[in-house]
Design a protein around this ligand. Structure first.
Ligand SMILES: *[C@@H]1O[C@H](CO)[C@@H](O)[C@H](O)[C@H]1NC(C)=O
Ligand SMILES: *[C@@H]1O[C@H](CO)[C@@H](O)[C@H](O)[C@H]1NC(C)=O
Length: 550
């Protein structure tokens, strides 16, 4: 508390008029939830009019959501220090207002959207400042809050929700929701045409990629069957007929409309690796095998946005995924290159093809050098090691007609498979290789501390400036710890951003409209969009143009 006030003082002293959000950090009486302002700055965040928004937020009558949105702009610019100061202040105000300590488990505070957004943004700031990655590993609290929030959301969608945005809501500055293939959802999420716009798109390229996404995520052959939230749906009288939507039924009769899951950014294959789905039997087993990626549609669209940026900016290099499971993301990357008529770049498919190995080294806190609790990396005792053999991955590539000599398989644990190809920056074993490939995109889906760190040590030095690193498992403590350790070691400062993925339930901003139809309500129930407690699964950063390249 003392150090915070001191920071605010110093901050005010050095600040200039255009930049300093004086009232953001000084006002004690903040009007709440601006009913008078229709969008309280959300549109300004989305349109990138940060200066205008900060100006608007500097009056004493500025609402909390306007201030929260203004604070978010600092975060989006990578100015974590200012973001931290402003957000801490707003969070302190929220805490006083609700007579609670943050972080806490107070439903009202959590549910109040402006305070929720403040908290989410503050947590993101802390997370990306390296030291607080344990904050989130409070599973029970998270689940309780999640459920409470879900129930409240189902009761009164839109009525108590403000419009303050969190860093998760904006992600890539809306690039995913603005994407051509998701446009239609924005208009009316409950319209019968919400399954998308591939047929009306003008470009064959878009239609092909849209179809590829529908195939890889098994949308083509799956229907509503994610039962995770059934108890909460039932509590709200929102049951749907599970039997009619079961896999067995669907193979014989045309599914009822109610079984049809809406196509959109939140869609992902159910069952994940299969072990967690709780379904048994041969049919369930077949069902599990029908998808090639566990990524949500938004993740795949994000991948396209990233690839487009790489091509537009002419960032040199190939693409690699380290940790591929059934190969879906790599197939998507090869398909993207084909659709965009790139004739040179390769896709490296790096995997042990034997699942996640047991932990090899201790996790260290990058600030103190202290060894952390191995349980910080939840993968250490996972029963499911996400095993998929190389044969299966090749088979999947072939089925999409995308296996050629531009797809290169790198078999082995990353600490052993990457150094002979790329060299290594590992301090223990630095290796240089002549003519090592250059990368423009490094996607890491290794789940565990060892794998993520090995992949970064083995390939980041070959990433071109302006290239992208995508971390699939930001929600896992071990993956975050590895990222922080590596970034600290090489003084990497570029802001880490969240990819709009499983936290994006719909591209509609009108939640009342979403809740006006059964599929929309089911989507709300399934989505993590309401939670303020779960970190996004996917985060990314862009390698600085001034960082050393290959
Ligand atoms: C919460 O704080 C307000 C003033 O800050 C006070 O009036 C109120 O009594 C407090 N409520 C509780 C439950 O302590
Ligand atoms: C590489 O990692 C694997 C899996 O963690 C481990 O079994 C192996 O011993 C490591 N190899 C070297 C050379 O460190």
């Amino acid at each position: 508390m003392r150090s915070l006030s001191l920071l605010i003082l110093i901050y005010d002293a050095i600040a200039d008029e255009t930049f300093v959000p004086r009232t953001l950090v000084e006002t004690d009486d903040i009007p709440l939830n601006g009913e008078d302002s229709t969008d309280a700055g959300a549109a300004l965040v989305k349109s990138g009019a940060y200066a205008e928004l900060r100006q608007a937020a500097q009056t004493t009558s500025a609402t909390l959501e306007l201030r929260a949105n203004a604070a978010l702009t600092y975060l989006l610019e990578g100015d974590l220090t200012t973001a931290d100061i402003v957000l801490s202040h707003l969070a302190r105000w929220c805490r006083t207002k609700w007579n609670k300590t943050l972080p806490d488990n107070d439903e009202i505070a959590w549910l109040h959207a402006p305070c929720g957004a403040v908290k989410k943004n503050l947590f993101w700031t802390l997370e990306t400042r390296e030291t607080h990655f344990q904050l989130w590993d409070l599973q029970e609290e998270i689940m309780d809050t999640y459920k409470a929030r879900l129930r409240a959301a189902l009761r009164g969608v839109g009525t108590s929700e403000g419009k303050a945005l969190s860093v998760y809501d904006v992600g890539l500055g809306d690039a995913v929701c603005k994407h051509r293939t998701l446009q239609e959802q924005i208009q009316n999420p409950c319209s019968p045409t919400m399954h998308g716009s591939a047929a009306t798109t003008l470009k064959v390229e878009d239609a092909y990629l849209d179809l590829l996404r529908r195939g890889l995520t098994n949308f083509l052959h799956a229907d509503w069957q994610n039962m995770d939230w059934r108890p909460y749906l039932e509590e709200e009288g929102l049951t749907h007929d599970a039997k009619a939507c079961s896999v067995q039924e669907l193979s014989h009769v045309p599914p009822a409309q109610a079984c049809e899951q809406p196509w959109g950014p939140a869609w992902r294959a159910a069952g994940v690796s299969g072990l967690a789905s709780g379904k048994e039997g041969e049919e369930a087993e077949r069902q599990r095998r029908r998808f090639q990626t566990t990524l949500a549609v938004a993740d795949l669209v994000h991948l396209e946005v990233v690839v487009d940026t790489i091509l537009t900016d002419n960032v040199k290099g190939d693409f690699m995924e380290a940790g591929v499971f059934r190969g879906g993301a790599c197939i998507m990357l090869r398909g993207l290159l084909a659709a965009k008529r790139d004739v040179h770049r390769r896709v490296y498919v790096a995997d042990s093809f034997a699942g996640i190995p047991p932990p090899r080294r201790a996790i260290e806190d990058v600030s103190t050098g202290k060894v952390l609790d191995p349980e910080l990396d939840p993968t250490f005792d996972w029963v499911d090691r996400f095993v998929a053999g190389e044969d299966l991955v090749r088979y999947n590539f072939r089925r999409y007609g995308l296996l050629d000599d531009r797809v290169r398989f790198l078999r082995g644990f990353f600490n052993e498979s990457l150094p002979p190809v790329f060299g290594s920056t590992s301090t223990e074993r630095p290796v240089t290789i002549n003519n090592a490939p250059t990368l423009a995109l490094l996607r890491i889906d290794a789940d565990a501390y060892d794998g993520v760190l090995d992949a970064l040590e083995g390939a980041y030095h070959r990433l071109s400036p302006g290239g992208f690193v995508i971390i699939d498992d930001w929600h896992l403590g071990g993956a975050r710890a590895a990222v922080h350790a590596f970034r600290r070691r090489f003084s990497i400062k570029g802001p880490i951003r969240s990819s709009p993925s499983d936290l994006v339930l719909t591209c509609s901003t009108d939640l009342t409209a979403v809740a006006s139809c059964a599929t929309g309500r089911a989507l709300l129930a399934q989505s993590k969009a309401y939670t303020v407690t779960v970190l996004p699964h996917v985060a990314y950063w862009r390698k600085g143009w001034d960082e050393p390249g290959p």
